[in-house]
Write a new protein. Structure first.
Length: 225
């Protein structure tokens, strides 16, 4: 077994990391939070098909996945993930990961590799966990279907863990937010009055947004050890 472990931000200082660092065949590399091209490209290019394990947040995972995609290495780079706070991460539920840290490490390092939809956006990023648009007022489409015309309490989007077209979008409407419409689609776009979008934990101020499924899937460690 061999793997490149990317410890993002202050993840390298947590008390949980010995379960990763004590393994044979592990290359441990501290990188900044939400690492970029200068932090990652040389490390990723040096791998020869080894698994890349991200220790960090959903935003850190998205940053690593983005560089893997930009380097055209999706087909040859299996991705494992150990969230520093599983309760704050949307990814374990989507990937079918355990919540226990030791079990997370085992899956990340040794779990079966499965394809998983890769969702891109029109700002040049990717969505690996969950996004939410707060109190949108405007028009939104899931493929050719009108998902919103008017106001909503909330719109949530995630990659589809079952595969499908690739993207799951939930539109919550009604006075008490009790009406929820779920759409499975390949692409989603919205134009709205400027509002808050939270994207893999990162807040953004937006008036329009688009998500769409990439032509190639991620290869993620989400199976049984």
């Amino acid at each position: 077994m061999s793997a490149l472990v990317l410890a993002c931000g202050n993840a390298a200082d947590t008390a949980r990391t010995p379960t990763l660092t004590e393994r044979d065949g592990i290359a441990w590399r501290p990188v900044p939070a939400t690492p970029g091209r200068a932090d990652l490209d040389a490390l990723l290019k040096a791998t020869g098909g080894e698994r890349v394990v991200v220790l960090g947040t959903d935003a850190d995972l998205a940053a690593v996945v983005l560089r893997v995609m930009r380097l055209d290495r999706l087909a040859t780079t299996p991705i494992g993930y150990v969230p520093v706070d599983p309760r704050a991460s949307a990814v374990p539920a989507l990937w079918g990961l355990p919540r226990d840290h030791a079990a997370l490490v085992e899956v990340a390092l040794s779990g079966e590799i499965d394809p998983f939809p890769l969702i891109r956006d029109d700002s040049g990023g990717v969505l690996v966990g969950q996004a939410a648009i707060d109190q949108p007022q405007g028009v939104a489409y899931c493929d050719d279907t009108t998902a919103l015309r008017g106001r909503a309490k909330r719109i949530e989007a995630t990659p589809d863990p079952t595969g499908g077209p690739g993207l799951l979008v939930r539109v919550t409407t009604g006075l008490f937010g009790k009406k929820v419409a779920t759409h499975a689609c390949r692409a989603f776009q919205i134009g709205c009055v400027r509002t808050l979008l939270t994207h893999d934990g990162v807040p953004k101020d937006v008036a329009k947004w688009t998500w769409y499924r990439h032509t190639e899937d991620l290869r993620v460690a989400r199976g049984v050890v």
